[in-house]
Design a protein around this ligand. Sequence first.
Ligand SMILES: [Fe+2]
Ligand SMILES: [Fe+2]
Length: 296
Amino acid sequence: MSPAGPPPRGSHRSPQGEGTLMSPAGPPPRGSHRSPQGEGTLMSQPMSLSPADNGNSFSEAASLQMERLVEDFGRMYRERNDALEEVGKAHHEALFRLSLAADLKDDDTGVHIIRIGFLAEALALLLGQGKKAAGMLRKAAPMHDIGKIGIPDSILKKPGAFVPTERAIMNEHAKMGADILGRSRIPLFQLAAELALSHHEKWDGSGYPSALAGEDIPISGRIVAVVDFFDALTMDRVYRKAFAYETALEMLHKERGHSFDPGIVDTFLANADALIALRERINDTCPTFTELVEGI
Ligand SMILES: [Fe+2]
Ligand SMILES: [Fe+2]
């Protein structure tokens, strides 16, 4: 290469050792800077162009660029996570509202599903579950009856006993709920689908839709079954008045080992005062969806 010509991009030294970046006749390399005094490029300061210095300059530029890349990736990662969280929240709220619509079909206030969330969380904690698992249950349990959205009011609000065909239609709500919720890969909705499907299974195997028995029934479904039973008994329905707490506790005890997991019933009964106080507090404060998600 001619000493007067620019070096090819990326080359440092010709095979003959001529035409290096230090060549006085060559243009400054891309990205080179002038001295603070405005005079002299890197070429006029051959001492700074020793191979060692070149190496250092490259390292500094590269590490600056790396820093910027890491910052950019960090920001993109945070923005992606924020966006996913927003989508998850919107998804949750949409399904919660659908559950509320289903609940309003047979509960005038719609607070039943909120109570189920908080009672299921409290019972899970009493049973020794961790805070995170119990919190997931608080958020998932209100969706247990989302499938009732597909049940005709003539059946849902029917006073008195169902004939077999009506019972079969009513029982469909467990599977319908699981179908609605189970289309998501988000763990919260998978849990909600699991308990929607299993909250009418019975400990003795006489429940529906799969006649599961004992510990084959997911723990989420066993917990929600107990709080759902107790809460439903103690609220007014279109076809009857609410039972007193004491009566409902007796009815729950009667189902110990039949409909419900005996260990869960025992824990509920042993902590009935605290659970009833929590139920009353939910009635008084009517937590919002955000409070349900974040806890109170
Ligand atoms: Fe149900
Ligand atoms: Fe319910």
